[in-house]
Design a binder for this molecule. Sequence first.
Ligand code: ASP
Length: 319
Amino acid sequence: MTAERYVFPHKHLLGIEPLSPQDITALLDQARAFEEVCERPSIKIVPALRKKLVVNLFFENSTRTRNSFEIAEKRLSAEIINFDADTSSLNKGETLIDTAMNLEAMHPDLIVMRHSAPGAHALLARHMKASIVNAGDGAHEHPTQALLDAYTLRKHFGKLEGLRVAIVGDIRNSRVVRSNLWLLTRMGAKVTLVGPPTLVPQEMKATWPSIDISHDFDAVIPKQDAIMMLRAQFERGTGAYIPGQGEYSRFFQLNPARMQRAKKDVVVLHPGPINRGLEITSEVADGPRNLILDQVTNGVPVRMAVLYLLSHPHGEQVP
Ligand code: ASP
């Protein structure tokens, strides 16, 4: 009897929530194969998405995610359109659905979108034939960030199961934390959320019962294998939830003194952009335990894997 071959069962990547542990593992394994392509000394390109049209639709600011997707698409030989929201007819009052339907009329195969409205991607997915990839929707999900975080942790530790991960800072406003909570808890990691009570909604325990919540960063640090710092998201109103930046840093900044409390082999992650001197100091962000730029490097093969498995659910060999 032959084992049944795994088929990636999703047409869209709207979030981590709908993914099973097997789907997550398939994405991470596929990313591993693409990492080898990215590390080739010369031609870092494969024809896997040849003749496929990918539209990148970014309605919110992005540095890492947008460039990383574009590099991933180029490495897969896709044809790429970068939709510029600032110069589009959205400024003339066209709705998102109308814009999307008009793009659809040009038959794209994949649409990579970042939008401020949670659920905008699900709406598009209902109206369009193309596969929709969520590159961040408000404070809801940022699935490719969680996948690249998991990839970075798995590469470093060889596993996710049993890892103790503290996610620290502006939990309330972070889409990164929500995607990471789905992923890490599903893969058997032990997550502790840390921050001031105003920035860590207690209700999160109802959705992810296995997590711990703490407001005492110093007490949590010594037990962790990984510490993931989050940016204080002032553009989403974080200022109203903290007494002041000095006070916030005093209790929740990762700095050399706090690193003294950590395990010798702890690793430090941050999705970027970093507020240097606020949630993390430069000594730590650039220090020997940080994996922050590894996260960025790993984003490319991870996004290649996402685009590839959405277009080739049977996961044919990387050509
Ligand atoms: N770059 C991440 C995001 O788009 C994290 C951040 O902005 O703080 O959500």
